[in-house]
Design a protein around this ligand. Structure first.
Ligand code: ATP
Ligand code: PRP
Length: 229
């Protein structure tokens, strides 16, 4: 069986189901709606696996699922080329930007260069490095390095990241934004050149060299349905 991992709940799941339905493939939840089980109609040999979006990259890398729907941001953060996971299709929903934001009241800080200067000054005044809260450690480190910003430290935040500034556990954040309302509500502004990655929901395939002939054939059929739309 070709295992297809999709988000277990919410908007991402609803949009994923609609995307496949438009391509003649019906994904359905089974059980009472709270049970994490489902099935696939319209193409034989595919099994539906409901998973947290955040776990899908790891499951793809391990080869426990053959296909998976999750955000580009999560695959970029958690996987590398060596994992052999490839894009099959960008799905056109779940758009979100990973950005760097600072308090609005920092009127002198609008760019990454400004942040670099502010970070050096911050260290002199406070005796410790400016803290950037995020769950995207790898992407943020790479971006800051490429932008020549070194005088900072990352603090891990797995949720409610925009609240860390108010709670005084960080001075800046690097997080996903979609409508911008969470940033606005927390008095934060995006740096002009602080865009790290533009993400959207994407269908990924695990390393195909590890698939059986049957699994590869089922995938070819599925790919045809996807391409037809
Ligand atoms: N406000 C948003 N608008 C659009 N997409 C978003 C938004 N927030 C997060 N996403 C995207 O949704 C995907 C899943 O995000 P996240 O890891 O936060 O999952 P989650 O909803 O917390 O699910 P789980 O708790 O089951 O892991 C990511 O790829 C992310 O880019
Ligand atoms: O720009 P907006 O439309 O306001 O969306 C952005 C928010 O959405 C996500 O959080 P989510 O609701 O997934 O909760 P989390 O803080 O637990 O990650 C993200 O982490 C932002 O906080």
């Amino acid at each position: 069986m070709l295992k297809l991992g999709v988000p277990s709940k919410g908007r991402l799941q609803a949009d994923t189901f609609a995307w496949f339905a438009e391509r003649g493939i019906r994904l359905e939840r089974t059980g009472d709606g709270r049970e994490y089980a489902g099935r696939v109609k319209g193409v034989d040999g595919v099994e539906l696996v409901l998973l947290s979006a955040g776990e899908i990259p790891r499951e793809l890398a391990a080869g426990r699922i053959h296909l998976g729907v999750t955000g580009l941001d999560l695959v970029a953060e958690y996987l590398s080329a060596a994992d052999g996971v490839t894009e099959v299709a960008r799905m056109g929903f779940g758009h979100a930007d990973l950005i760097v934001a600072v308090p609005k009241m920092w009127i002198d800080v609008d760019t990454m260069d400004d942040l670099d200067a502010a970070a050096s000054a911050f260290r002199q005044v406070h005796g410790h490095r400016l803290r950037v809260a995020t769950k995207y450690h790898r992407l943020v480190r790479t971006f800051f390095r490429d932008q020549g910003v070194a005088d900072y430290q990352l603090v891990d935040s797995q949720g409610a990241t925009e609240g860390t500034v108010k709670n005084r556990t960080a001075e800046a954040v690097a997080d996903i934004t979609s409508t911008g309302s969470t940033l606005e509500a927390n008095h934060l502004k995006v740096l002009r050149d602080g865009m790290i990655l533009a993400s959207q929901a994407t269908l990924f395939a695990a390393d195909r060299r590890r698939w059986s002939t049957e699994e590869a054939e089922t995938f070819t059929k599925l790919e045809r349905s996807i391409a037809r739309s």
